[in-house]
Design a protein around this ligand. Sequence first.
Ligand code: PDD
Length: 302
Amino acid sequence: MFSDCSDRVPVEIQMRNNEVYLNGVFVPSDRARVSVMDRGFLFGDGVYEVIPSYGGHFLGLDAHLDRLDRSLAAVRLSNPLSRDAWRSVLARLIGPPPAPDQAAYLQVTRGTPPERDHLCVDGVEPTVFALAKPIKPRSPDIASLGVVCITRPDIRWQRCDIKTISLLAAVMMRREAEDAGALEAIMIRDGLVTEGTASNVFVVLGDQVLTPPAGHEILPGITRALALDLARSGEIRFAEQPIPAEMLARADEIWLSSSTRELLPVTRLDDRPVGDGRPGAVWARMDGLYQRYKAQVRDGRI
Ligand code: PDD
């Protein structure tokens, strides 16, 4: 599972990170087992989070755990762990500072009832699973070249604010993006930009940054919220407002944001350059603010 980082991560850390958390115990990943009756497996009936950490310190842990609470409440599951228990499980998975940069993944499913039925009987214990995996360092090409995206109709359901493990539409669109030589698909619903398959979207027009408003149409990204805070503190003008799809064609800049990818400049969309086809000045300023924030997290100062 971690073979892609074997040349960067010391062996003892890889070994510790091979450990996953499953229903109250830490076990080597190849010994972790979940029943075929698990509702996560049968129905995609569960929610998840992905939380970045730098040097053994989480970025936005409470914001992610708050969003987990909201996702669980929305699907009528109670949180199986206290905040302190989540903190200690996730801290053990990433290891103490100075640990390599990793993302903690956690998921809670509605557990393993005796029969497959859409309706779940009461009293079933949820399945709780978590692991840590390395965050790949950003390629230096990003700042000079940016990334390529395509647009696609948003074929997902109507509660995209819930971070559900049912990700089939996102998986399909990500494949379409890959096949088109793109990193991400930016989705359009009713003529408006919603988000990427696993990222939020920002558009720059002149000196103003726009991003679609929070609501059922998008996941309220933790990186999105941080970017808006940083924009505020860096006196960058922004607005949360609906973005008509046509606006993408005249945008000076387009960015994506996510916990594992940070802020990415999109320089080609649907085979046309975005702005002058290079990462823009507003992105560079925002990225500077983001990298400074991340450095403070890494030093344990935030
Ligand atoms: N995905 N929108 C969608 C649909 C996402 O799946 C994600 C993140 C985001 C960005 O949210 P955040 O800034 O909180 O990471 C927006 C994660 C990284 C994933 O599925 O792996």
